[in-house]
Write a protein that binds this ligand. Sequence first.
Ligand code: GRF
Length: 205
Amino acid sequence: MQWSRIAVFASGQGSNFAALIAAEREGLLGGGSIELLVSDKPEAPVAQRAEDAGISSLLLRPKDFASRELYEAEIVAELQRREIGLIVLAGYMRLITPVLLTPYAGRIINIHPSLLPAFAGKDAMGQALNYGVKLTGVTVHFVDGGMDTGPVIAQRSLVVEDNDTATSLADRIHKVEYELYPEVVAALAAGRIELVGRKTIIREK
Ligand code: GRF
């Protein structure tokens, strides 16, 4: 499996998907190429983004399948047909089962809008604001069977201002995401990331 053949999974807006496409077009994805969008929400804006960018998509409704496992088996078949070597979750709002995790062990990454392990799960930015933390940020991590629990690859922090609202904080977090995610995907696509136990080591270019 080649690390450079990438599938992005997303359920919503797809602004990170767009940032990854832009990075690839600018030659900033470490030689990686985005081969496929997978979405569990065929009507989501991200599907239109794929179409506009000329990227193939696999749009499946989980409820059309008898089980989560059968839904994922269909995805795995398509990933293997396209020789995908790296799965990039970008706002994909589902837990992954062993049907996908096992063949892609260590090859699935996610981006989360907090400094994990703080504020895992849904509405991380709301959780951070409610808690009153002064620093929050963005984490890119490998995916395991848990909710935002896999080994951390990269983190970037930002200051929470006293007058921040959910919207203003989300805007700044997104800007960080659009820089950090393509950097990490580029490093993986170029084979510069190694996992030793729970620690990741990123070799410089
Ligand atoms: C991002 O904030 C990401 O951290 C989280 O889901 C959001 C997706 O946003 N996992 P978008 O669909 O990329 O605009």
